[in-house]
Design a protein around this ligand. Structure first.
Ligand SMILES: Cc1cc2nc3c(=O)[nH]c(=O)nc-3n(C[C@H](O)[C@H](O)[C@H](O)COP(=O)(O)O)c2cc1C
Length: 149
């Protein structure tokens, strides 16, 4: 069983809903789950974690949601060694923003990769224009992701 920190980047709640849905799912299977939706280094305690799931929407013109931007800035600046971590990424976006589709989730993925963490599984990219139920897409993806932990 894993202890999973789900890091949420959201402006209008979809990523939060996905995180809460996955929390129920993973806890039902015996995993421990904590959701981080505001940057709090103490709660995040990345040095003491093994497994992180990033669940991040894109806003503006390819921007990170404002609640996760401080985490990105802090980690990008201080560059902690995260080589003890494994992580997954669920990126929420909309294909009608063609040039910046899921860019924030991709940025978070790149950041964790640069800091030495190991991604488990492929990044899920959910397109709001064709996939109106991101929680269902995430649940399908999580079935396999969980087996890789
Ligand atoms: C003002 C605005 C800007 C957006 N910009 C992008 C974007 O640049 N790229 C993208 O893939 N999706 C973009 N989206 C789509 C959101 O990422 C998508 O609707 C997502 O499900 C929102 O998740 P949230 O409710 O957790 O914030 C944008 C949505 C809004 C309302």
């Amino acid at each position: 069983m894993a202890d999973i920190l789900i890091v949420v980047g959201t402006e209008s709640g979809n990523a939060q809903m996905v995180a809460e849905c996955l929390q129920d799912e993973f806890e039902g299977k015996g995993h421990g789950v904590e959701i981080l939706d505001q940057w709090d280094p103490g709660q995040a305690n990345l040095a003491g974690r093994e497994t992180v799931l990033i669940c991040c929407a894109t806003h503006g013109m390819g921007d990170l949601p404002s609640n996760i931007q401080p985490m990105y800035d802090e980690l990008d600046g201080s560059k902690p060694d995260l080589s003890h971590l494994r992580y997954g990424v669920i990126a929420l976006g909309d294909q009608t923003y063609y040039d910046t589709f899921c860019k924030a989730g991709q940025e978070m993925d790149g950041l964790f990769n640069r800091l030495g963490a190991r991604r488990v599984g492929e990044r899920l990219e959910v397109d709001a224009s064709t996939q109106p139920l991101p929680d269902e897409e995430a649940l399908k993806w999580a079935e396999e992701w969980e087996t890789l932990l």
